[in-house]
Design a protein around this ligand. Structure first.
Ligand SMILES: Nc1ncnc2c1ncn2[C@@H]1O[C@H](COP(=O)(O)OP(=O)(O)OP(=O)(O)O)[C@@H](O)[C@H]1O
Length: 250
């Protein structure tokens, strides 16, 4: 459970070759960080990992299931959830309604199959679950707030709540602390650690903030111009010449 395998993966956009022969195993239960300079292909790699993007060559399997290009819904149904750099939340709805949408999609209830009355009915049934998940991410009491009233950090917490509502075994977090204040960043690190532990998850993050990477990751993969330079434990990564060149400017 929870192992993601990429073998010989190539991903091009029209006229741009991005991922080149990517071979990577994300091991069950680890927190694995993907780092690299801007444009290295980190977001593209994420898109390929959860089937949002189709890799022209290679295989992507999660728990033995082929994920390549199968789409976000397929990934979510098979235990893979993703949070985006810019929180992917419904801005015209309340916090509670956002969680409700995630819960309903998990239970395959689609709005167009239901009358408005029955669409609203599950709210009561899910009330307890909504409360629990908001408490888990530190958003208790915000149920009826509209999204524009939330701080950036709280929008990220809400997106995380929506992702874990889907009960994934693999959670992909694309720059989980981007745009956060130092206080929000340190809270986000604590929250990711807690959720990883209590939910027994495999987690992959991309992140530019090396203090976040080194406080979270068990293993780190360095990506440069679409190629994996190395995958190793943090102590070794800190000594790697390419990492020193990119991140410490030497
Ligand atoms: N939809 C697209 N069409 C064409 N080229 C794209 C597309 N998306 C990304 N690229 C290009 O692919 C390369 C890798 O982009 P990607 O966003 O994956 O890198 P990244 O490492 O996540 O960068 P950053 O750290 O800036 O977010 C870049 O050269 C980018 O311009």
């Amino acid at each position: 459970m929870g192992t993601l395998q990429l073998e010989g993966v190539y991903k091009d956009y029209p006229g741009v070759k991005v991922l080149k022969d990517v071979n990577l195993t994300i091991t069950e239960g680890e927190i694995h960080a993907i780092i690299g300079p801007n444009g290295a292909g980190k977001s593209t790699l994420f898109g390929v990992m959860n089937g949002d993007l189709f890799a022209q060559k290679g295989t992507i399997t999660f728990e033995g299931i082929n994920m390549n290009g199968k789409g976000l819904d397929f990934a979510a149904r098979n235990g893979v959830s993703r949070c985006f750099q810019v929180p992917n939340v419904y801005i015209n709805l309340t916090v509670k309604e956002n969680i409700l949408i995630a819960l309903m999609s998990k239970n395959k209830i689609t709005r167009n199959k239901l009358s408005f009355k029955t669409f609203l009915a599950p709210v009561n049934a899910y009330e307890e679950k909504i409360k629990e998940v908001l408490e888990e991410v530190g958003l208790s009491g915000t149920e009826n707030q509209l999204i524009y009233e939330l701080s950036h950090g709280d929008k990220k917490r809400l997106e995380l709540a929506m992702a874990i509502t889907l009960e994934p075994t693999l959670l992909l977090l694309d720059e989980p602390t981007a745009g956060m204040s130092p206080e929000e960043t340190s809270e986000a690190v604590k929250l990711i650690k807690k959720i990883h532990q209590t939910r027994n998850l495999t987690v992959v993050i991309t992140e530019h903030d090396m203090s976040v990477v080194f406080s979270l990751a068990h293993r780190i993969t360095v990506l440069d111009r679409g190629e994996i330079i190395t995958t190793d434990v943090p102590e070794e990564i800190k000594k790697h010449p390419k990492v020193i060149e990119i991140y410490l400017g030497k």
